[in-house]
Design a protein around this ligand. Sequence first.
Ligand SMILES: NC(=O)C1=CN([C@@H]2O[C@H](COP(=O)(O)OP(=O)(O)OC[C@H]3O[C@@H](n4cnc5c(N)ncnc54)[C@H](OP(=O)(O)O)[C@@H]3O)[C@@H](O)[C@H]2O)C=CC1
Ligand SMILES: CC(=O)[C@@H](O)[C@H](O)COP(=O)(O)O
Ligand SMILES: [Mn+2]
Length: 392
Amino acid sequence: MSTRVTLLGSTGSIGTQGLQVIAAHPERFEVEVLAGGANTRLLAAQAARFRPSLVAAAGGTREELTAAIAAAADDAGVTGYVPEVVVGEEAATIAAGAPTDVVLNGITGAIGLRPTLAALRSGARLALANKESLIIGGPIVKDVAAPEQIVPVDSEHSAIAQALRSGRADEVRKLVVTASGGPFRGLDRAALREVTPAQALKHPNFAMGRVITTNSATLVNKGLELIEAHLLFDVPMERIEAVVHPQQIIHSMVEFHDGAVIAQLGLPTMLAPIALGLSWPERLTDVETPVDWTQAQDWRFEPLDDEAFPAVRLAQQVGAAGGTHPAVYNAANEVGVDAFHDGAARFTDIVDTIEQVLQRHDDARFDAHTVEGVLAADAWARDEAAGLLASA
Ligand SMILES: NC(=O)C1=CN([C@@H]2O[C@H](COP(=O)(O)OP(=O)(O)OC[C@H]3O[C@@H](n4cnc5c(N)ncnc54)[C@H](OP(=O)(O)O)[C@@H]3O)[C@@H](O)[C@H]2O)C=CC1
Ligand SMILES: CC(=O)[C@@H](O)[C@H](O)COP(=O)(O)O
Ligand SMILES: [Mn+2]
């Protein structure tokens, strides 16, 4: 039987790769819903090709989206296809709650929180790439999610989920999350002050969206991923560590009580984690090319440089503190990333600003158990970060 799929952020890096997996397995999947942001043209072309019953967009008007889909269908020689359309701020949340079997959340940022909750409430499986929604929503997301309803798509967490299928969760001693180290691995703080947005967008292994690529460069992505692992696998923050592994062949590891370590490995592509998110608990065939063991391999591991890249140390504190600290960390970062790309901040300002906003944050003022409380903390942190960056 065909699995109905909803893709949130279908026009992004995760979304387009999700459609690639679906296109390679037409007997297995049908696209039920597509939701994008501002790229109406691509969304319309995707709709004409995959013919979902609902198409949603954050940007543009209903008339523009309807006309773009009609034009794209015409170009593709498709007749009689007229989907339901919805546009605006709430569009992705409406799309996430529509009847389906699997929701792949590939939206970037805190904006993904309401769609994540809507998907979980619909009862569909949630293939979660939008790590920010789990990280900021913490207890709210976990309360709404049924056991195993969330399947991680983030490569490191997919690796850990796969490694845990070979052992029992109560046997786990620690989780080891691998990090590429980003394009600036080896630079000191003085050199990091001078790096440019174009340099920050040159990830060593993956082609991803602007925010996550910048986060990889600051190592905020790794900080977020430690919190994500803590929430997904119920392992305390102090038993989750990061190690730099520039080749990103080992996607992450689980160390068990007896000292045995199970790692999941493969070439650095997102196709396997996305495919597994869509088909969980089954594996699809021939999703990616395995490592070629006839060739010599050279894999390195090195410790994090916490002095030049303090983002992970900060995230460890934030994850352990819980409450609205993760929402504040994430929101300040999102503001810093935008400011850096707008030429209004230096690279090092991003994490410096997160640290300063955290110092000013009073968790007691916000309720981490309601969406409104989390979003109030998020809005407060954005204001603080913007103010600090403007006065820098
Ligand atoms: N890319 C990767 O390999 C990986 C990504 N992730 C995570 O997956 C998520 C997506 O990353 P990535 O695909 O790289 O990001 P992209 O920037 O490539 O894509 C983001 C998607 O979100 C859409 N979007 C933006 N704003 C809204 C909105 N208000 N409502 C609905 N959709 C919106 C964009 O639409 P549009 O472009 O039309 O404006 C786009 O489709 C992030 O949380 C990231 O951390 C995790 C691991 C790997
Ligand atoms: C593909 C993926 O999951 C990304 O999160 C990627 O792994 C980034 O890795 P680094 O943040 O270690 O550069
Ligand atoms: Mn990752």
